[in-house]
Design a protein. Structure first.
Length: 396
C-alpha cells in the first residue's frame, strides 16, 4: 500500500501485507489495535503472530524503522532535529531525542558528530576486507566449518551470525537476522534479491556491492565509504612491502622452478587455480606457473599428461570426501606419480581450502605467509593468525 493512502478494510490483510504497510507508513501514527484490525485479528493474537514471524514486537519494529531513517537523515542531510523528528513520525523532538538515545546508545547530536556507521557483511570473504580496516561488523556469515578462521577469531565479537552461503539457509531468516543487528549498511559481493533490497532500504539500510573484482580496489572502495582511507593505504603499503621481501627470499630458494597447482576430486585430477592464487604466485611473488595455468582454471588432466608436464613443484589440494581420499591413497603408489620430479625431490605441498579458496586482503596475506613457510621453513610471524601479520593491528 502506497504512502499516505488511507486504509479501507476491503478484505483482511496478511501479516506480510501489514508489515509492508508499516514499512511504507512508518511516519504516520501507528498502533497495535489499528494494525490488528487490518488483519482482522485481535490485538493480542496479532502481536504474538507478528513477533513470532519477524522476531520483534509490533512497536519495536516501527521504532526500528523510524530510527534507521533518522540515522540516515543525520548522516546525509543538514536537516534540523525537529524536522527529522517530524519526518520519521514524532511530533515532539525531545521525545524523539530520548527515544533515539535509548535505541542507538547516543544522542542524535552525538551520532551526527561521530557518524560511525554500523556495517554488516553478507559475503564471508568481506570479513577479510573489514578487519584490516579495523572494522568489526555487527553481522557476518560465521560457521565453524565453512568460515573457521573468522569463526575462531571473531565469534564472540560479532553479535549476529548469519548463515554461510555453503549451508542451507532461508532468505527471510537472513533478512530477519540482519534487521536484528541494526546495521547502517550491508556490504555484499553478491546481488541481493530485489525484494530484500527494497525492504532493507525501507528500514534505512544501504546496500554496498563493490564494483571492482580486484581485492585492492574493493578495499579502497570500502575504505572510502567507511572513512578508513588511511588504514587502507597503510595496510596495502604493508602488504606490498612484505610481498617484496618474501619474493626476494623465495626467488633465491626456487630459482626458475615451475609450479603446478593440482586439485584431486573423486577419481579425477585437475589443473586448478583461482584469481587469488594466480595473483599471488605470478604477480606478487613472480613465480613461474606452467603455461597451462596462465589463467584461472579447473581443467581435467590425466596422470599421463601430468607426467609429460612434470612440474618442478606441485601445490596440491585434496578434497576431503571419502572417494577422493581413496583416490589419493592409490595415487601415491602409482609409478607415474612417484616418478614426478616434484614428488621425488620433496617439492609437493598439500594446501587447505582455507585460505586458498578465499579472495580477500586477509586471505592473500595468509597465503603469503604459507608460501614462505612451505618453501623455506621460515615462520613469518611469531603470533600468526592473531594480527594477520600486521603489527599495527594488534588491537584486533
Amino acid at each position: 500500500m502506497k504512502h499516505n493512502e488511507e486504509y479501507e478494510p476491503r478484505h483482511p490483510m496478511s501479516l506480510s501485507e501489514v508489515r509492508d504497510y508499516m514499512i511504507c507508513n512508518f511516519d504516520r501514527p501507528l498502533n497495535v489495535t489499528t494494525l490488528a484490525a487490518m488483519a482482522n485479528l485481535s490485538p493480542s493474537y496479532f502481536g504474538d503472530s507478528f513477533k513470532k514471524a519477524y522476531g520483534q514486537s509490533v512497536m519495536d519494529y516501527v521504532t526500528g524503522l523510524r530510527m534507521n531513517h533518522a540515522k540516515r537523515l543525520l548522516r546525509e542531510t543538514n536537516m534540523r532535529l525537529r524536522d527529522i523528528a517530524k519526518t520519521v513520525g514524532y511530533s515532539d523532538e525531545f521525545y524523539f531525542s530520548r527515544k533515539f538515545k535509548k535505541e542507538v546508545g547516543v544522542s542524535p547530536s552525538a551520532y551526527e558528530r561521530t557518524c560511525e556507521r554500523k556495517v554488516a557483511v553478507y559475503s564471508p570473504t568481506l570479513m577479510g576486507h573489514l578487519v584490516v580496516l579495523g572494522i568489526i561488523p555487527v553481522a557476518a556469515p560465521l560457521d565453524a566449518k565453512w568460515t573457521p578462521y573468522y569463526y575462531q577469531q571473531y565469534q564472540h565479537r560479532i553479535a549476529v551470525h548469519l548463515k554461510a552461503v555453503e549451508t542451507q539457509w532461508d532468505e527471510d531468516e537472513q533478512e530477519f537476522k540482519l534487521l536484528q543487528a541494526k546495521p547502517d549498511v550491508v556490504i555484499s559481493h553478491m546481488q541481493l534479491p530485489e525484494s530484500m533490497r527494497q525492504r532493507l532500504s525501507a528500514h534505512g539500510i544501504e546496500v554496498l556491492i563493490p564494483n571492482s573484482s580486484d581485492w585492492r580496489e574493493q578495499l579502497r572502495e570500502i575504505a572510502r565509504y567507511t572513512g578508513r582511507e588511511a588504514a587502507c593505504d597503510s595496510w596495502i603499503g604493508y602488504y606490498e612491502a612484505k610481498a617484496a621481501a618474501v619474493r626476494v627470499t623465495l626467488q633465491s630458494e626456487v630459482k626458475q622452478d615451475e609450479f603446478a597447482i593440482i586439485r584431486l576430486y573423486r577419481d579425477g585430477i585437475h589443473l586448478y587455480n583461482n584469481k587469488g592464487m594466480k595473483e599471488l604466485l605470478r604477480n606478487d611473488l613472480q613465480l613461474a606457473l606452467i603455461a597451462e595455468e596462465a589463467e584461472p582454471c579447473n581443467q581435467p588432466i590425466t596422470l599421463e599428461q601430468l607426467a609429460i608436464l612434470d612440474p618442478d613443484r606441485i601445490l596440491l589440494f585434496v578434497c576431503l570426501d571419502e572417494p577422493t581420499r581413496i583416490n589419493w591413497l592409490a595415487l601415491q603408489h602409482h609409478s607415474l606419480w612417484r616418478g614426478l620430479r616434484a614428488v621425488q625431490n620433496g617439492h609437493l605441498y598439500p594446501l587447505p581450502s582455507n585460505p586458498w579458496y578465499e579472495y580477500s586482503p586477509v586471505a592473500m596475506n595468509r597465503m603469503l605467509d604459507e608460501m614462505l613457510l612451505m618453501l623455506t621453513g621460515k615462520s613469518p610471524n611469531a603470533i600468526q593468525g592473531v594480527v594477520h601479520g600486521a603489527p599495527f593491528f594488534r588491537g584486533l
